[in-house]
Ligand binder design. Structure first.
Ligand code: AMO
Length: 429
């Protein structure tokens, strides 16, 4: 048994009891012939005192920051100590000695630049802020899954080695697949649609890859995509589902991630339902009235989104009904105006977090749209074939986990959020 209690589980009521803690040496201090060790485990920090005449004193002299130790000792309630207790060490076992000096200060007193942080990443991840980020992300995923289970969704897995692009060809990573060319999946798009044609309501949390040339704080070459697909539904239905999901994610984090939010000194925005829906054409009008030279069909970039955020006075808003030409072939056009599509992006301030739509569920329409976009229907036969055998109307969306985390933590770069980010410059650690 390495430990009897986690640090945070030991309260002043344990006064006089023996406990065993295990963790990392966060800080070391000598004071009046005593040694103070601030010990860290996954629950937080606790104070260990080693008296000069304790048999543990000898080994305490050898300790370095980030060494892993086990401490057996007697709890003493002391109002001056953090958490109101100290552990008076009787025995210390050195489980793993850390080299000194550390290339990065885990206690967070000395700040490091982002390149150093990503190079010395595991030490950086041990900092309390990064541990808080990791825990908040896990809470977000828990709330995402729980909401979907409650709504009758089933978690699925789709292949990640695929034959063709779904989100535009330029950003694919090729892989050699038994001598043939294949690609890393940019999105589970086509397979999640097929699965919605089987069990109706599906979701997947999995990596997606895009050979992003642009080096921005919001683009990664590998990201976790939270995908949802729903049969017998249109884009309005899935926007409502997304509102519920976001509401529950923020609620869960505010309730169960209080400590973590305190460490980050951040409050995520409330999700007010319904979330504002702004039509693409209205967005263009607003931007033109502000002097932007933007026309129907153009993408709405970050500077423009910042303007919309200001004008709407909403931090969370949908932009709906995008031009059909600006969306992938599987997106359904509006029947009353085929220039527009049944599609949406969810924007947090100036950042696209989610993208979704009603899908085409008729083979003829899919073939026609593929051709219009210069793609060959033959290359998509593995997908199109199943539309001959009863594909229900369906809709869905994809949410980028790292971008969602920007909203949940206030950290302004997905490269800081993802433990081991992959971008043009980074393949290790
Ligand atoms: P889209 O291409 O808009 O849509 O991607 C969906 C969401 O994924 C996130 N995202 C990224 N995050 C980090 N780095 C990247 N390079 C990156 N690219 C995308 C964003 C984005 O909103 N199949 C559709 C979804 C659907 O319609 O169901 C799709 O992939 O948060």
């Amino acid at each position: 048994m390495y430990r009897s209690h986690f640090i945070a589980d030991v309260t002043p009521e344990y006064d006089g009891k023996e406990v065993i803690w295990a963790g990392w040496v966060h800080l070391l201090r000598d004071l009046g012939g005593k040694k103070f060790i601030i010990l860290r485990d996954k629950t937080g920090l606790g104070q260990v005192v080693v008296d000069k005449n304790s048999s543990a004193f000898g080994i305490s002299q050898e300790l370095t920051q980030e060494s892993v130790i086990q401490v057996r000792g007697i709890v003493k309630a002391d109002k001056r100590a953090p958490r109101g207790i100290e552990l008076h060490a009787e025995e210390i076992t050195l489980l793993s000695k850390a080299k000194a000096p550390l290339p990065l200060d885990v206690s967070g007193k000395v700040k490091a630049d982002i390149d150093t942080r990503l190079r010395e990443r595991v030490l950086d991840l041990r900092r309390q802020e990064m541990q808080a980020v990791i825990k908040i992300q896990s809470l977000a995923l828990k709330a995402f899954r729980e909401t979907l289970y409650k709504e009758g969704f089933i978690e699925i897995f789709t292949p990640k080695i695929i034959a063709s692009a779904t989100e535009g060809g330029a950003q694919l990573f090729p892989v050699i697949y038994f001598g043939k060319e294949a690609f890393l999946a940019q999105s589970p798009q086509l397979y999640k649609e097929l699965m919605a044609g089987v069990v109706e309501r599906v979701f997947e949390v999995a990596p997606a890859w895009r050979a992003e040339e642009s080096d921005t704080p919001f683009h990664l070459a590998e990201f976790i995509s939270m995908d949802v697909e729903m049969a017998f539904a249109d884009y309005n239905d899935v926007m409502q589902l997304l509102e519920k999901i976001l509401h529950n994610i923020v609620k869960t984090i505010k309730e169960e991630g209080k400590e973590e939010l305190k460490i980050l000194n951040y409050e995520p925005p409330e999700v007010k339902i319904p979330i504002k829906r702004l039509k693409y054409t209205e967005a263009i009008e607003i931007l033109r009235s502000k002097g932007y030279n933007i026309k129907f069909g153009d993408d709405i970039g970050t500077p423009e989104l910042r303007i919309l955020n200001e004008e709407l006075k909403e931090d969370l808003y949908f932009i709906v009904d995008w031009p059909s030409d600006a969306r992938p072939f599987y997106t359904k056009s509006k029947s009353e105006n085929p220039e527009l599509s049944e599609s949406f992006d969810l924007i947090y301030k100036f950042l696209e977090i989610v993208s979704g739509s009603t899908r085409n569920h008729k083979r003829e329409v899919l073939e026609e749209t593929l051709k219009k976009k210069g793609l060959k229907p033959e290359s998509f036969e593995f997908f199109l074939k199943w539309f001959d055998y009863g594909m229900p109307p369906h809709a869905g969306f994809g949410m980028g986990l790292a971008r969602l985390m920007v909203m949940l933590t206030g950290i302004q770069s997905v490269k800081e959020i993802v433990p081991f980010p992959r971008d043009k410059k980074r393949l290790t650690p």
